[in-house]
Design a protein around this ligand. Structure first.
Ligand code: NAP
Length: 479
């Protein structure tokens, strides 16, 4: 067999599917896995694609099987394992070979790895891959960070395996070093917010309107034909229709309400905070997952405090309220995406990446977990208004926000009055209301800061910094 076009290390869920995808698209691939039995198993699974797969049992054999300059995808557990794998691989490589970390790396690790290899003659690509198992097998969304030269070496293979939206491949080179993994992290942060908002709407339908899982599935099915059309709404409907093999009822009703998280949501929030960009939807979603995991504490609190002593959700026109829920979810989703893109924009400046916003929205339209037609609208908005300060002030989205924020306000108000938790939906409303108000309330904060810490303040009638005078008030009289 001829030498492979590319190599892949790590035949777990993602790696094995990605390798089959690469082989299926006509590329020859060499594969290696730490546990060699898995390599044999994988080769059997490759079936008809075996003639394009070179299974290797040693790193030496693996490296020799790939055509130089060698692009090698490392798709293993994120963290120290990647550093260890890179160290093992390094002595076998030659100048211009490319190590590609395709796992969910923290972009700061990617920047460190990129720097560490800089003078070695080797190159590093940090590559975000989204779409889970199915995406990896049949077309993921791929976010590439590294040198443009290294991208040119892998462009053909990656383009062949990426998802397609109306024929357009969902892969792009986004910038140097950590750009690809940063964009993937924010993709996941937005995903957290989107999922939390859907869960809150589900909660209003289940606990507020007392609807059964199958009825909620019908609602989501209807929404999936409209502007909320997306993978997440689609799978929410499927999930709500699934039956429990054991008890026979809806499966969703017997799933414990404790959400897991692996870190990308938290990283999104940390980086947003580091850059001073509000990402309240992602923050609310990460906090909600943390709160969800405190199951025993929540149960104890329900015993101590009881549920809020408030009237049940008051809805006179159920159909109108469900229409409001659809628009509320759309408005809140716009808020979360606007925040995610604002974080990307700040990071682009901070790390000199020159991130292409329309391209990012374009490669998220298919293959990834947040894929939706809505992202096509974002692509258009950023293409038409590249210098917009925020997605919500682009003409198209400003119009939609104005059309839907009333529904969001009614839904959040109704949920709050009925004691139903909607932290992410409410965060979007708070974001809109704060962002669109030219005169806010931070004058009070500045006055307080100046009073107790002499931090100074600017006046509305001039830019000079001032301090006091605050006179003698209650505090000094008491002390
Ligand atoms: P997985 O099924 O658990 O497979 C883990 C792989 O990592 C196995 O091949 C394992 O080899 C290898 N590995 C673990 N520790 C290693 C070490 N110290 N040295 C060498 N190899 C090691 O994981 P996965 O779901 O495919 O995830 C792989 C990466 O993709 C992770 O970074 C994950 O966050 C990311 N990701 C996952 C998804 C998803 O939906 N699952 C989506 C996007 C990105 P052995 O067989 O020898 O244990």
């Amino acid at each position: 067999m001829a030498q492979a076009e590319i190599g892949l290390i790590g035949l777990g869920v993602m790696g094995s599917n990605l390798a089959l995808n690469i082989a299926e698209k006509g590329n020859t691939i060499a594969v290696f896995n730490r546990t060699t039995e898995r390599t044999d198993e994988f080769f059997q699974e490759a079936g008809d694609l075996q003639d394009r797969v070179i299974p290797c049992k040693t790193i030496e054999e693996f490296v020799a099987a790939i055509k130089p300059p060698r692009p090698i995808i490392i798709m293993i557990k994120a963290g120290d394992a990647v550093d260890q794998q890179m160290e093992t691989l390094k002595p076998y490589l030659q100048a211009h070979d490319i190590m590609i970390d395709a796992g969910n790396a923290n972009f700061r690790d990617t920047m460190r790895r990129f720097e560490a290899l800089k003078d070695s003659g080797l190159t590093f690509i940090g590559m975000g891959v989204s779409g889970g198992e199915e995406g990896a097998r049949h077309g993921p969304s791929i976010m590439v960070g590294g040198t443009e030269e290294s991208w040119k070496r892998v462009e053909k293979v990656l383009t062949s395996i990426a998802a397609r939206y109306e024929g357009d491949p969902c892969v792009a080179w986004l910038g140097e070093n950590g750009a690809g993994h940063f964009v993937k992290t924010i993709h996941n942060g937005i995903e957290y917010a989107d999922m939390q908002m859907i869960a809150e709407i589900y909660g209003i339908l289940r606990d507020g309107l007392k609807m059964q899982a199958s009825e909620i599935a019908d609602v989501f099915g209807g929404w999936n034909k409209g502007r909320l059309n997306s993978f997440l709404i689609e799978i929410s409907e499927i999930v709500l229709r699934a039956k429990d093999d054991i008890g026979g009822g809806p499966l969703v009703d017997v799933i414990l309400d404790k959400a897991g998280q692996k870190g990308t949501g938290k990283w999104s929030v940390i980086e947003a905070q580091n850059m001073g960009v509000p990402a309240t939807g992602i923050e609310a979603a990460v906090a909600a997952r943390s709160l969800s995991s405190m199951k025993a504490e929540r149960e104890a609190a329900e015993t101590t405090l009881g549920l809020p002593d408030v009237p049940a959700l008051a809805v006179s026109d159920k159909a109108a309220f469900i229409a409001d829920l659809e628009n509320a979810l759309l408005a809140a989703k716009i808020g979360a995406y606007a925040q995610g893109f604002a974080v990307l924009s700040a990071a682009s400046k901070e790390f000199s990446w020159n991130l292409p916003m329309p391209t990012i929205a374009r490669i998220w339209r298919a293959g990834c977990i947040i894929r939706s037609e809505f992202l096509d609208e974002i692509t258009q908005a950023f293409t038409e208004t590249p210098d917009a300060a925020n997605l919500i002030v682009t003409p198209a989205f400003a119009k939609t926000v104005k059309e839907t924020d009333g529904a969001l306000r009614r839904v959040v108000s109704a949920a709050v009055l009925a004691g139903l938790p909607v932290p992410a939906l409410a965060s979007a409303l708070g974001y809109f209301d704060s962002y669109r108000r030219g005169r806010g309330t931070a004058n009070m904060i500045q006055a307080q800061r100046d009073y107790f810490g002499a931090h100074g303040y600017d006046r509305t009638d001039g830019a000079d910094s001032h301090h006091g005078p605050w006179g003698s008030g209650l505090v000094s009289e008491r002390s």
